[in-house]
Design a protein around this ligand. Sequence first.
Ligand code: KG4
Ligand code: ZN
Length: 350
Amino acid sequence: MPLLAIETTCDETAAAVISRERKVLSSVVASQETLHARWRGVVPELASRAHVERIVPVIEEAVRRSGAGREGIEAVAVAIRPGLVGSLLVGLSAAKAIAVARGLPLVGYDHVAAHLYACRLAAAERMRYPCVGLVASGGHTSLFFVRGPLELERLGGTIDDAVGEAFDKAASLLGLGYPGGPAIEAAAKGGDPAAHRLPRPLARDQTTLDMSFSGLKTAIRYRVQPPAAASPRVRSQRETADLAASFQEAAVETVLAKVDLAIERTGAGLVAAGGGVTANTRLREGLARLAERRGVELILPPRELCTDNAAMGAIAWERLERGESDSLELEVVAGTDRRRAAARPAPTAQ
Ligand code: KG4
Ligand code: ZN
């Protein structure tokens, strides 16, 4: 019998039903993108309220689409860290209610480890351990030495902003909307990635697997609005495309440089990647080239398994199969809220 997974760490309300064989029987994601677009980032209070409204219909839809029926669910899994505390609490409360009402085991899981587990879902037996794991999303940018689905040793990662957060901020500065990653990727298509030489702090530093993206964000800011300029400059579409392409290049190159170093240092024969930013075509192509050059295998989930979803909650099977579950005292562990909104709303189109 399958398990029901619930995911409300940030701004997606998601539920999925996954069989013991790791087959995704259903996966429902209700995005809050339009709700937060006006604020160019996630507003925590709006996010939790939207989760409260959506959680029950999303779970019911996932159970209905799975064909398993309510009686067919064997366990309840829920992402309990890291994330926005109000958002996490909605998912955990729903999971506890179902577990109590139906007398089912409850399993809390880590959202970041689950992003990498999407590779196991996508690649089945091709997914091998140990490997190098890259998680690049709106809240996290980390490299891991992954000994098993639940054994992640952090090797390095961002020391300031997550790479997805930098995409979101750059898109906001360029007036491209939210979420920024897909908007930058689309705008960059007609642009020249070499038009602007933007900073890649730490990228060439062979002594560390840490990365930094805040300087890149600031650099874009000054290109968009030089400090001396009195009023905002009007940019042509071409100029916007060049800035978007140059930003994307700098962000992607920084990540690739550290993945390369992590392969060299660990000697791992496989790289697994996950998180919203790994949906980016330039990064996917770069990872594929890097893996080929290094002679290692690469596992990249399909795009819908890169961005937040509950199917990756299949990681809970790993604990259930070890005979583990959690008590009803299970608590959330809040984490970064770096994706919080800008202080002011985006100007509305006239
Ligand atoms: O994994 P995710 O859905 O949520 C978090 O756990 O944070 O990642 C969301 C992030 C956002 O910052 C979004 O702009 C970025 O992933 N993203 C992308 C792309 N699609 C989503 N970044 C670059 N290129 C994309 N195509
Ligand atoms: Zn995520």
